[in-house]
Design a protein around this ligand. Structure first.
Ligand code: TYD
Ligand code: MG
Length: 452
């Protein structure tokens, strides 16, 4: 009888250990280990792993770059870097209920309308439930095929038989391969099933979307390994309490990363937001202390974001510092610089800082925005509603230049802002025809003079 081997696998990152451990040495998660079978029989038929016969000169390889397939949704195409690439595998992660199934059903429905035969495979919902959702989003096309299935074998067989233009697997955690005895959704199963689907995609050239669940701390559940295997990783984020949704590129072998697409969830599904600046600034309170607008670059496009803060004397004990949408260490650093350079003593104040709209901004170009917002709330003086600020702040209070200055300023001008406070060092990047007043500053002290 064949001996079955078992080992323990971290359900978060896929780390393998011969014995049970309380804490994963690789990703430092507590209690993630589950015993799973190791696939011991090496595939007898190795031919399925063969890709091509002999090495080719790079000049002899025909590139099919032009053959990007449009998803029918401009925001989705943008995040993918201009459309889907044949034979690519895209992982879409996101919290439960955020709208992953809705988004991909919508994408398939649009593609079906463009006369492409597409296949939506679900292991989570019945065909009737999918039909109900389809009715809400207006999906009706003979080209949109639905398959409810969790067996990998059947899935592979059906994809080969139908040969669709695109396949969606909703979700990779429900797909089950009988080669392994472990439960669907375990690291071993996810890795095995994803591997088979990726192989099929590469050989047949059919692009595949894999939907993946996300754990409470934001990683794609189970296998971080999955992120390395696929070509593109997209995260679908947003707050289920709000209508906006953001799809963000984390990894992309065929396009720019950190590109975002913005959607709004309505009762007829997801609607594209083609002017995100207007969307994020829609509810801005004018003349309220603590609110300021800063032009940020998300991927390749500028987006105006509103930063709000509330600075309030601490009543007892340690002051509280909360920053949503920006790095809180950066905020702590800027508070120290404000204290030292401008004499704005925030050390005994609670600080709550928020980037409105649920966007996360990780670039130093919004330093000036963060400081302006905190200063405005601290001094209880509003910032002029037609002003935007941008620039990085150094530890000695100097204002440093930022990338893509011209694009940011153009976006601010387009949205009707009439004044921009920016680093003095960088004014040569700005085209002459901008109709916006430029206040050039070189250190933090000047910022306060210009703001109020
Ligand atoms: P869903 O796509 O099922 O999420 P996921 O697959 O990521 O778990 O999203 C379902 C949510 O979206 C649910 O809370 C209802 C909401 N929704 C709408 O608001 N409008 C719609 O037209 C649809 C189809 C869903
Ligand atoms: Mg779903």
């Amino acid at each position: 009888m064949k001996k079955v081997k078992f080992s323990f696998f971290c359900q978060n990152c896929g780390h393998q250990s011969p014995k049970w451990l309380g804490k994963c040495p690789s990703c430092n998660q507590w209690n993630p280990f589950v015993e799973e079978e190791i696939r011991s029989d090496p595939r007898t038929d190795r031919s399925e792993y063969a890709m091509s016969e002999a090495p080719l000169s790079i000049n002899a390889i025909v590139s099919d770059e032009k053959e990007r397939i449009s998803t029918g949704m401009a925001e989705m195409d943008r995040v993918l870097g201009g459309g889907l690439v044949g034979g690519s595998v895209v992982l879409v992660g996101g919290d439960p209920g955020i709208g992953k199934s809705t988004l991909l059903l919508q994408v398939l429905s649009r593609m079906a309308q463009n006369n492409l035969k597409v296949l939506y495979i679900s292991g989570e919902e019945s065909a009737k439930q999918i039909k109900l959702r389809g009715r809400r989003i207006g999906a009706s096309s003979d080209n949109l095929m639905i398959l409810v299935e969790i067996s990998l074998e059947n899935i592979l067989q059906q994809i080969k038989a139908i040969a669709p233009a695109v396949v969606v697997i909703d979700s990779i955690q429900t797909v089950y391969s009988p080669v392994l005895s472990s439960a669907p959704g375990s690291v071993g199963q996810v890795r095995e099933t994803a591997e088979q689907l990726i192989l099929l995609s590469k050989k047949s050239g059919i692009p595949v979307f894999l939907i993946g669940h996300v754990t409470k701390d934001g990683a794609i559940a189970g296998p971080k390994v999955l992120e390395h295997m696929v070509d593109t990783v997209l995260y679908f984020e947003g707050d289920s309490g709000h209508a906006y949704r953001i799809i963000r590129g984390i990894k992309n072998r065929f396009g720019p990363t950190h590109e975002i697409g913005v959607f709004e969830m309505r009762d007829n599904g997801l609607n594209e937001v083609s002017n995100p600046s207007a969307f994020f600034l829609a509810e801005r309170p004018e003349g309220a202390p603590g609110s300021v607008v800063a032009p940020s670059i998300e991927g390749t496009r500028p987006i105006l974001i509103e930063i709000q803060s509330l600075v309030h004397p601490t009543n007892f004990g340690l002051p509280r510092r909360t920053a949503i949408g920006v790095d809180h260490n950066r905020v702590a650093l800027l508070v120290a610089v404000m204290d030292k350079i401008c004499g704005l003593h925030l050390s005994n104040h609670d600080i709550y800082l928020n980037v409105v709209g649920g966007v996360r901004v990780d670039e130093p170009a919004i330093d000036l925005g963060i400081v302006s917002s905190m200063a405005s709330s601290f001094l209880d003086r509003p910032i002029d509603a037609g002003t935007v600020v941008l620039g990085e702040i150094g530890l000695t209070g100097e204002i440093r230049g930022v990338s893509q200055m011209d694009a940011r300023i153009r976006e601010a001008a387009r949205m009707g802002f009439n004044r921009c406070i920016l680093p003095k060092t960088q004014t040569h990047d700005i085209s002459r025809e901008t109709k916006i007043a430029l206040n050039k500053i070189s250190n933090l002290k000047e910022l306060i003079e210009h703001l109020f």
